[in-house]
Write a protein that binds this ligand. Structure first.
Ligand code: ZN
Length: 177
């Protein structure tokens, strides 16, 4: 791992969804639909610090798509998921703990061998929305395209309940304006 950073190594590849079992387990795809592959790249970096130890960094990015269940309409839906993270590696756990609290980036103790797949999986899991929701839920009953009203048109068609009440109170039999 240290050598990878020192030599500014670069690696990239693609994993099948089944190779990231924790991410796979957090998905709810429809039957017979396979979750997407994960595409990733990583780059090591050694930063020379004047008067101090060199810093070892790893930049990683990964893209995939995940199936989750919309918490509004309870339908499974697929959305893109991408992470772009920078991780700093330090000598030991104690230093990692101190710096992790200070820095915005993730700080980990330098492992001899880095399990990159686990690290990427951790980052993707952290990026999953806690309450997955469609931006706009599909309509529960499909209507013929010509009948699909826009949101504004729909709002106009629905009488305002307060206007209706007011009309009743005023003793008007006509519809509210
Ligand atoms: Zn929905």
């Amino acid at each position: 791992m240290a050598a990878f950073a020192t030599q500014a190594g670069e690696l990239s590849g693609r994993w099948a969804a089944a190779e990231l079992p924790r991410l796979m387990a957090s998905q709810t795809p429809p039957q017979d639909v396979a979750p997407a592959d994960v595409q990733w790249t990583t780059r090591g970096e050694r930063r020379v610090v004047a008067g101090g130890d060199d810093e070892l960094w790893l930049a990683l990015s990964a893209q995939t798509a995940v199936w989750q269940t919309c918490q509004r309409c309870l339908q499974p839906f697929e959305r893109p998921l991408a992470v772009d993270a920078r991780v700093r590696f330090v000598r030991d756990e104690a230093q990692a703990e101190v710096l992790d609290a200070e820095l915005e980036e993730d700080v980990l103790a330098l492992p001899r061998w880095l399990d990159l797949r686990e690290l990427v999986e951790d980052e993707l899991l952290l990026a999953l929305p806690l309450v997955p929701r469609h931006e706009r839920c599909p309509r529960p009953l499909p209507l013929p395209a010509a009948d699909l009203p826009g949101e504004a048109a729909e709002a106009e068609q629905r009488p305002n309940p307060f206007a209706v009440l007011r009309a009743l109170k005023d003793g008007k039999a006509t519809k509210a304006d």
